[in-house]
Design a protein around this ligand. Structure first.
Ligand code: NAI
Length: 678
């Protein structure tokens, strides 16, 4: 029961009968709590109050259901990156958290939902942490994903709390943990059910359990003779995953610890200086830009009230099965239709594996399985709010299916196709209202690829594009609206790049070398391996689909390989060979001295991007960049292909294209759209 209440703009303070000061954070005007400068300034005044009034204990908690604190305010990063001042800001926060830590009363963070980045750093400056036992509780330091590292003292405090062997991998990957895992690692002290949250905090403050002392392993790993050896090993592991010139922040974490580990004040000082430096890197600027773009894709249309409860998916193959599982995982009722039950069974089995991996707790897995209903009789059609077709890529079959669906579906249900190559207007030819059909084009694997292309044609009624977009947001995917044209956006841009890789291969460059060059540029997977993974038959058919309209020449070898049944990974042989699904790479390949390998592949991408922009396939260059990063993994630290082109300089790109055109032919002719790229 509150004895006394005090209200700030973002905090509500309450002192209870036993003298504990409860600080409830409820950031004004935001759905999620973030640590903005304003929030921190108010918190400074709260700390001052606590210093002067010496409460029995101090608890920091959230008044928002969705979480504790999701991190720092990214909007405030951009001016700091542009005009400096990061170090000063960070040192200011260090001083504040130091004061919180130095309070004479015990302090406790009561964690529900997101407790990430700056949020966890604040919690780490408290003496105790109690977390809600719920899958939505996520605890972590994901700063590396923005090209920086923990900088509000979190680097030092996590190292101090759980030791380098546990703390460093968490910070290097930026991965977040659920409450139980965080407890196991010693990041939180207690994990409790919702009804026990407040009481648990009260008990901890009454009992004041002593803090855990650093273990033997922790002490040994910080010894001056051990640290360099351990750091060297960790650096060699890290180098397998990332290059320092592309992603310097994780390497900086290792540097700070290697130089100063064991000396908390020195780590804290170095942490501030290092993170301020990371702030200014091009990598961080690109990643922050992508974060903002992601926000743009997530931002909802306030005028639209659309919420799907029931999704009906037709076709339980690779895509349909995974789309259905994903929707059920997101809490929807899903009916999954195919021609016979035997075609649905494998999808249900895959869904079970996904649910177990994502939800972990048996009761949640069971509930998700209950939401996913096999439906070979198509009983779900009449009830669904969204109907997604993912049957074979055959226009006539799809046309017939949609004619039937239109007559049976609810009037306000979305009718969507997952086609990857058939024009929308062809599929809708037999509909009474062709303007109703939208494309909702997922990427494979559905659970991993965040991007969804919401495809529309000149006939599509805007309300269905808006609803399809809202649906994608509802299932936590990132929608980009794309005009229906061959290959849509992502496949259209990828195809010339993949074909250039095949051309290089025909000219004698090994698959290994081509892939290595692409990965050195920053691609997550080389183009040759990607072609093998997608399937060479699919690559061929997508290229053929686009060949007429886009004047693409298909390399002969590709056709020949498909004729021979060498379809890539699925047939154990494509450009590479595969053993039990595992790629057999030749480490001792002969290196070709052919020039221009990187530029040939990259320039095909950039030139096609400009063509797409010029044709108005997407609204603007930011959306195109977002599509390529979230749909293909295009080198995130470069901020997207057009961002990269602008950073490299349009004049430089045009000159490179001219040079390549002179050497290799008209496929490198600079698109006229470059004139508009600024
Ligand atoms: P798939 O061959 O794995 O699955 C198709 C499923 O549809 C099969 O289970 C089949 O039994 C069922 N089916 C066929 N006719 C049906 C009918 N009339 N009624 C009910 N079920 C029927 O195919 P996949 O790869 O899942 O592709 C499905 C759609 O998704 C295609 O339009 C494809 O272009 C598109 N797509 C595929 C991607 C991929 O990577 N495989 C990526 C993005 C889109």
């Amino acid at each position: 029961m509150a004895e006394k209440q005090m209200k700030y703009k973002n905090w509500l303070l309450e002192t209870d009968a036993s003298g504990v000061l409860w600080c409830h954070l409820d950031v004004a005007g935001k759905s999620t709590n973030i640590l903005s400068t304003e929030v921190l300034e108010e918190f400074q005044s709260i700390v001052e109050t606590a210093e002067n009034s010496a409460p029995v204990g101090l608890v920091i908690m959230s008044r928002k259901d969705n979480g504790f604190i999701a991190g720092a305010n990214i909007d405030e990063f951009i001016p700091l990156q542009e005009s400096g001042g990061a170090l000063e800001h960070i040192q200011h926060v260090h001083a504040l958290f130091d004061r919180l830590e130095a309070l004479s009363c015990p302090t406790l963070a009561l964690i529900n939902g997101f407790c990430l980045g700056g949020g966890l750093e604040l919690a780490l400056a408290c003496r105790y942490r109690v977390a809600l036992d719920d899958p939505k509780t996520r605890i972590g330091l994901p700063e590396v994903m923005l090209g920086i590292h923990p900088g509000f003292g979190g680097l030092m405090r996590l190292l101090r709390l759980i030791g380098p062997i546990q703390a460093i991998p968490l910070m290097l990957t930026g991965r977040s943990l659920d409450a139980r895992k965080a407890k196991k690692l010693g990041i939180v002290d207690k994990v409790v059910a919702h009804r026990q949250l407040r009481r648990s905090a009260e008990i901890m403050l009454e009992q004041r359990p002593s803090l855990k002392k650093a273990g033997v392993l922790q002490n040994i790993s910080n010894l001056p003779l051990v640290r360099p050896l351990l750091a060297k090993y960790m650096r060699s592991q890290l180098e397998k995953k990332a290059r320092q010139d592309h992603y310097p922040a994780p390497f900086a974490i290792l540097d700070v610890w290697e130089k100063h580990g064991g000396d908390d004040r020195a780590v804290l000082k170095a942490e501030a200086e290092s993170v301020a430096e990371m702030f200014e890197t091009d990598t961080s600027k690109s990643l922050v830009r992508l974060f903002k773009l992601q926000d743009r894709l997530k931002s909802k249309n306030p005028e639209l009230e659309f919420k799907a409860e029931h999704v009906h998916v037709i076709g339980a193959g690779v895509m349909g099965g995974d789309i259905a599982a994903w929707c059920a995982l997101q809490g929807m009722t899903v009916t999954l239709q195919d021609r016979e039950p035997k075609f649905i069974a494998p999808a249900i089995k895959r869904a079970h594996t996904l649910f177990k991996r994502k939800l972990k707790q048996t009761r949640l897995v069971t509930a998700a399985m209950d939401r996913l209903i096999p439906d070979h009789k198509a009983l779900g059609v009449e009830k669904a709010d969204v109907i997604i077709e993912a049957i074979v890529e055959n226009a006539d079959t799809k046309i017939a299916l949609f004619k039937d669906l239109e007559s049976r579906a609810k009037k306000d249900a979305i009718l969507a196709t997952n086609t990857s190559s058939i024009p929308l207007d062809e599929i809708s030819t037999q509909l009474n209202n062709p303007g109703r059909l939208a494309g909702i084009h997922f990427f494979n694997p559905v659970a991993k690829m965040q991007l969804v292309e919401v495809v529309y044609s000149a006939k599509t009624d805007k309300q269905w594009i808006d609803k399809a977009t809202a649906f994608c947001q509802q299932i936590s995917r990132l929608p980009v609206s794309v005009l229906s044209s061959p290959g849509f956006l992502v496949n259209r841009i990828l195809t010339p790049y993949l074909l250039e890789a095949v051309a290089l291969w025909e000219e004698g460059v090994s698959a290994e070398q081509i892939d290595k060059v692409a990965k050195n540029f920053g691609m997550p997977m080389g183009p040759v391996e990607l072609a093998d993974t997608v399937g060479l038959d699919i690559c061929l058919s997508v290229s053929q689909n686009m060949a007429d309209t886009l004047n693409i020449k298909i390399p002969e070898q590709l056709q020949q390989m498909v004729n021979k049944g060498n379809l890539g990974k699925k047939s154990s042989r494509g450009f590479y060979e595969y053993e039990k699904g595992k790629l057999k790479k030749n480490k001792n390949y002969v290196k070709s001295s052919l020039p221009d390998i990187e530029d040939r592949m990259v320039m095909r991408i950039l030139n096609e991007c400009v063509a797409c922009l010029h044709e108005g396939l997407v609204e603007d260059s930011d959306l195109l960049d977002a599509g390529m990063v979230f749909g293909t993994g295009f080198a995130p630290f470069r901020g997207g292909p057009l961002h990269y082109a602008k950073a490299r300089g349009v004049e430089n790109i045009r000159a490179t294209l001219k040079d390549l055109e002179d050497k290799y032919g008209e496929r490198f002719r600079a698109h006229e759209g470059w004139q508009q790229v600024k």
